[in-house]
Design a protein around this ligand. Sequence first.
Ligand SMILES: Nc1nc2c(ncn2[C@@H]2O[C@H](COP(=O)(O)OP(=O)(O)O)[C@@H](O)[C@H]2O)c(=O)[nH]1
Ligand SMILES: [Mg+2]
Length: 141
Amino acid sequence: MKRILLVGGVGCGKTTLLQRLHGDEIAYAKTGEIYTSGTVIDTPGEYLELPWFKHALRLASFEAELVVLLASATVSEGRFQPGFTTFFMPPAIGVVTKVDIASEEEVKVAGDHLRLAGATEILEVSALTGEGMAELDARIY
Ligand SMILES: Nc1nc2c(ncn2[C@@H]2O[C@H](COP(=O)(O)OP(=O)(O)O)[C@@H](O)[C@H]2O)c(=O)[nH]1
Ligand SMILES: [Mg+2]
């Protein structure tokens, strides 16, 4: 599996996605710092939301082959500034999360936020039901 960096707002589903990718039991755990589990680098959502922490994400991206920007389909506001992917060295893809509890329209809006951030490729997943996970697994293999 490629070494990936997960980036997204607080509660968008980064840690749950990591658990799903590893086939671990899904259990809520607050992320307090950047850490690596296998080939996945997980980050706290606060690092995206607090401007002085953003550089920690950029530094972490030097260790990754692919940046995965996550946007929850249940959140209607964008969490990324336009062109945010240019901030990172490796290429970036977008993943819309929580499609199991969102409408088609909400999934589309979240995808549009990711496209505005610079992601040219968008996948739609649910870490809870497993929907879309085969496509994501194949993309980061
Ligand atoms: N329905 C649903 N809930 C999810 C999904 N992914 C995460 N969650 C829930 O969203 C909350 C925050 O998830 P978490 O992975 O900790 O978000 P993080 O802050 O981005 O790491 C938890 O209560 C998860 O159970 C999903 O695909 N579907
Ligand atoms: Mg987390």
